[in-house]
Write a protein that binds this ligand. Structure first.
Ligand code: ADP
Length: 393
């Protein structure tokens, strides 16, 4: 019998899971991963080996709907029956918002879930569904220890000025704060940086995936980050706009016939790389395209990154290391090269061959500032925190 931690990323109509062994708290081994998609009408389950080889699949058929409780019940039962004697001993959840209360991972209780659900109005795209996943497990497996690991808590170390907006106190007191996101990824990267760049104190990390943000870290702690209140702003992303001035939003609401719902759809789902290019949200397509609008999208993305990195280097009082991570950061040599070329004034000298090979170090040996590619692993970070918190119980 192998004890396992179940890592859950619960969305509105899909669930992702990873099962990790408990033998090594520092580096829990991945046993398998998978998920259930299209839970609202055509659910299908898939499980894969750590190397991506399919192990099993199941379909319920179109017209069938699965609740979160049913889908998670199926996953746990499948793990315990199909996968070489796994016993699920704890569950760790990705939860986007930890609010002002949580500066690190937290053990889940009914009261904690009520608090986290109370934050859903601020971040309706993920938060209510993250909470729903944890509630479903609490109902289906009462007594199973559960831990919430937050995207925001890594950024609670930012100075107060980086966590607020220039709004009246009464508004700030309602919870309108610069929360910062991708914190589970930044937490993971902050633990990898000393391995490749010992002694680097002033580090900027660019998490460039479907969602994208930049984080300035001093001694491994967040001091500034670009993604703000509900994951819309900062860098342009696959379909999210990134920074758009608030006065543009007033104009669209007042004079261009937009409702709040239509505006939300525009800014979250039709903007960013997709909005600029008009044809694709995928950097793999855009970076190799000769079409003018595709080039514009890549240029806007790179320019935004350069602006944030320059600003954050100033905030940090200099730069010791720059790190690229997530889908674009780990795989797009073209984006990394374009960014580094424009940052040569900061002492970054690209090593084209190392960059083409995706690093790990992509600057020359004599580059004053080093840049790296470090693959992120949010799921492993959640497994580690869950094990640490449930072991200490
Ligand atoms: P998510 O934020 O959804 O977890 P990922 O971190 O997997 O996303 O990143 C998705 C993004 O990574 C997509 O825009 C995709 O185009 C980009 N990407 C993946 N592979 C490459 C590649 N080889 N070159 C450029 N971009 C890539």
């Amino acid at each position: 019998m192998t004890d396992a931690v179940l890592v859950v990323n619960s969305g509105s109509t899909s669930l992702k899971f990873g099962a990790y062994g408990t033998s090594n708290v520092e580096d829990p081994p991945l046993l398998c991963r998978g998920g259930v998609d299209s839970m609202a009408g055509d659910p299908h389950f898939i499980a894969k080996e750590p190397d991506g080889k399919p192990i099993d699949a199941h379909e319920w058929g179109s017209g069938h709907a699965l609740s979160h409780k049913e889908a998670l019940g199926y996953i746990v039962q499948w793990l315990e029956q199909h996968e070489a004697n796994i016993k699920v001993v704890a569950a760790g959840h990705r939860v986007v918002l930890g609010g002002t209360r949580f500066e690190g991972p937290a053990k889940i209780t009914p009261e904690v879930l009520d608090y986290l659900d109370g934050l859903s109005a601020m971040e309706p795209s993920h938060q209510p569904f993250n909470v729903r996943g944890a509630r479903a497990i609490a109902e289906a497996f009462p007594g199973l220890p559960q831990v919430a690991v937050f995207d925001t808590s890594f950024h609670r170390t930012m100075p107060e000025v980086a966590q607020i907006y220039a709004l009246p106190k009464a508004v700030r007191d309602t919870g309108v704060r610069h929360w910062g996101y991708h914190g589970i990824s930044y937490d993971y990267i902050s633990r990898q940086v000393p391995k490749v760049a010992p002694g680097a104190r002033r580090v900027i990390v660019a998490h460039l995936g479907g969602g994208a943000s930049v984080c300035a870290m001093l001694d491994g702690r967040s001091v500034e980050t670009s993604m703000a209140f509900a994951g819309l702003t900062g860098l342009p992303m696959a379909t999210r706009s990134g920074d758009v001035p608030a006065d543009v939003i007033f104009y669209l609401l007042r004079s261009a016939g937009y409702t709040a719902e239509a505006l939300e759809k525009l800014l979250y789902g039709q903007s960013g790389l997709l909005g600029l290019s008009g044809d694709s949200a995928d950097m793999r397509v855009l970076q190799d395209s000769a079409a003018a609008d595709d080039k514009l999208a890549v240029d806007y993305f790179v320019t935004s990154l350069v602006k944030f990195i320059g600003a954050y280097a100033a905030v940090l009082g200099g730069l010791d290391a720059l790190v690229f991570t997530a889908g674009i950061g780990e795989n797009s040599a073209k984006v990394r090269a374009a960014v580094l070329e424009r940052l040569s004034t900061f002492g970054l000298t690209l090593d084209p061959a190392a960059n083409a090979a995706n690093g790990p170090r992509i600057t020359t040996a004599d580059s004053a500032v080093a840049a790296f590619v470090i693959p992120t692993n949010e799921e492993l970070m959640i497994a580690q925190h869950t094990l640490a918190l449930t072991r200490s119980a």
